[in-house]
Write a protein that binds this ligand. Structure first.
Ligand code: CP
Length: 313
């Protein structure tokens, strides 16, 4: 059995297959804790976690907060707009001040790729990347893989299609890193402008027609168009995007009967996914959110030095 030797979680590309499986197995045990009458464990009692979000979030921020509370940690939530970043204080100085207040774990979401690594190199506190620009979103990648493994029983050999704005997606990069390391067969699907051939170097296939995967894929993971990161037009218009790459009802009818329909959220109903398809029985979008809580408990626990699964308090 290998050990978790990371104080930080910056990218799934940094983890071995054994470490990925350890995180997934720990999350599975914590999911069980969440189903008990007494949902709290004392694992992080006495520790302080700061949730520092410089970009908006619903799912990630809330589930990190809940995860830390379930582990009995003290939690502070910081929004960039209400912090001294608005007065010109740097990210480094802000983080050093948080550490001076004895923060043990800083969960950082930031628009700049590499921001979490920048802090991890300078602070003793554990830094957990909650999404850094278009680089990685490691806990989202873990919860996606967790959901596939829970629902389909394996990762190795699974056909996984990731459809949409791959170029600007940190979720895609984290999924690619974990899925390829665990032996899945990954295809990236989208227009040539958003899915350049250069992605093949990560050990994935590239397809520019959704029909190439629609009838054979085991998992279809739809991504939102990341307008906030795009600096020019990458396709003629949303109507054309929907007609070529949207998971419409007609396309969903051609998916395998047990194909998992996934989306990291937030979803844009009627764009990358039809509204009825988002709510149909093969869609696990809300189960992904539930699994995110268990995954974030596991990551906080492992990065704080935990091993084995603690009992309830
Ligand atoms: N999937 C995801 O990161 O959602 P939020 O932006 O709401 O955290």
């Amino acid at each position: 059995m290998s050990h978790w030797n990371h104080k930080d979680l910056l990218a799934l590309g940094d983890l071995t297959a054994e470490e990925l499986l350890m995180a997934l197995d720990t999350a599975r045990a914590f999911k069980g804790v969440g189903e008990r009458a007494l949902k709290k464990v004392p694992a992080l009692r006495g520790k302080t976690m700061v949730n520092f979000f410089v970009e908006p979030s619903t799912r990630t921020r809330t589930s990190f907060e809940l995860a830390a509370m379930r582990l009995s940690a003290d939690v502070i939530n910081m929004e960039a707009t209400a912090s001294s970043l608005t007065k010109g204080e740097s990210l480094k100085d802000t983080a050093l001040n948080l550490e001076a207040l004895h923060s043990d774990i800083i969960v950082l979401r930031h628009c700049s790729a590499g921001s979490s690594e920048f802090l991890a190199r300078r602070l003793q506190a554990s830094i957990i990347n909650a999404g850094d620009g278009a680089h990685e979103h490691p806990t989202q990648g873990l919860l996606d893989v967790f959901t596939m493994r829970e629902k389909l029983g394996r990762i190795e050999g699974l056909k996984v299609a990731i459809v949409g704005d791959i170029l600007f997606s940190r979720v895609a990069r984290s999924n690619i890193a974990a899925l390829t390391r665990l032996g899945a067969d990954v295809t990236l699907v989208g227009p040539t402008t958003l899915v350049p051939e250069v992605f093949k170097k990560f050990g994935v296939r590239v397809a520019h027609h959704i029909d190439e995967i629609i009838e054979t894929t085991d998992v279809i993971n739809l991504l939102r168009i990341q307008h906030e990161r795009q600096r020019k037009e990458y396709f003629p218009g949303l109507g054309e995007y929907v007609s070529l790459f949207g998971l419409t009802k007609a396309r969903a009818a051609r998916l395998k009967p047990d194909c998992l329909i996934m989306h990291p959220g937030p979803i844009n109903r009627g764009v990358e996914i039809d509204s009825d398809v988002a709510d149909e029985s093969r869609s696990v979008i809300l189960e992904q959110v539930t699994n995110g809580l268990a995954v974030r408990m596991a990551v906080l626990y492992l990065c704080a030095g935990g091993s084995g699964i603690p009992t309830t308090s």
